[in-house]
Design a protein around this ligand. Structure first.
Ligand SMILES: CC(C)(COP(=O)(O)OP(=O)(O)OC[C@H]1O[C@@H](n2cnc3c(N)ncnc32)[C@H](O)[C@@H]1OP(=O)(O)O)[C@@H](O)C(=O)NCCC(=O)NCCS
Length: 213
């Protein structure tokens, strides 16, 4: 066993992928968070599962051209079957993917049922640098500017830190003030590079994780 109950895989990399029971309470990497957006909307944050593929595809189809362009830098007009599989079959350690869904019903947060998803964020470890991961996020158009992005990013950051990630690489359009504002609140820019076609890459040093609730 490795740190925090992780299992050492054959290539020496700590992996929690095939030990779902460890991904939940023992490590803090899995499990769900029930909380509220600043406007009081009850929401659930949890890791994506393979069964989320259809909803993810549907959500992608409903993004505005502008939001899709900002998330995929103009590259993706549709998701292929392979992409969809890769986006939902995540190991919960090297690839963290969190979805945020509204909670429906009446009563205390614990009793509410999961409704439709409104945001997805991920942290994908770099192949060569163990403590570096690629950050990406998208919030459904109707839910932008309501605190969902910040909430999801903070919870993703908390889990990324548990998975030994201390830096995020974010590739974005240079005029994407929203995501820069989002990341400035929980990290510090350490370098920036122009990639061309209006895109830039920023490396962020992650702050110590704070609870998202
Ligand atoms: C970037 C994005 C995820 C932000 O999510 P969000 O839920 O709207 O963000 P929040 O409501 O939590 O706001 C976070 C901060 O960003 C600011 N912000 C949000 N949208 C903004 C905009 N369009 N312009 C400027 N600032 C903006 C908010 O004011 C807030 O800052 P503050 O608390 O200091 O005032 C969302 O706009 C989005 O999905 N964009 C398209 C995809 C994308 O750009 N992905 C990033 C590429 S990796």
């Amino acid at each position: 066993m490795g740190p925090r109950g992780a299992v050492v895989s054959s290539n020496g990399v700590f992996s929690l992928a095939r030990t779902p029971e460890l991904r939940d309470d023992a490590t803090g990497l899995g499990g769900e968070l029930r909380t509220r957006l600043p406007d009081g909307t009850p929401v659930l944050v949890r890791p994506l599962r393979p069964s989320d593929a259809a909803e993810l595809l549907d959500g992608f189809g409903h993004l505005s051209d502008e939001t899709r362009r900002r998330r995929f830098l103009g590259a993706a007009r549709r998701l292929t079957h392979e992409q969809l599989r890769a986006l939902t079959n995540v190991d919960g350690y090297d690839h963290l993917a969190l979805g945020l869904a509204v909670l429906e019903g009446e009563g205390p947060l614990e009793s509410l049922r999961e409704g439709h998803g409104i945001a997805v964020a991920r942290s994908i470890r770099d192949r060569d640098e163990h403590d570096l991961a690629e950050y990406a996020i998208v919030v459904a158009d109707a839910w932008q500017r309501r605190g969902a992005g910040r909430l999801l990013t903070r919870e993703l950051l908390r889990r990324a830190r548990l998975a030994d990630v201390v830096r995020w690489r974010a590739v974005m359009l240079a005029d994407n003030r929203a995501v820069r504002r989002l990341l400035d609140g929980c990290s510090r820019e350490s370098s920036r590079r122009v990639l061309g076609f209006g895109a830039i890459e920023i490396i962020y040093d992650l702050c110590a994780a704070a609870a998202a609730s």
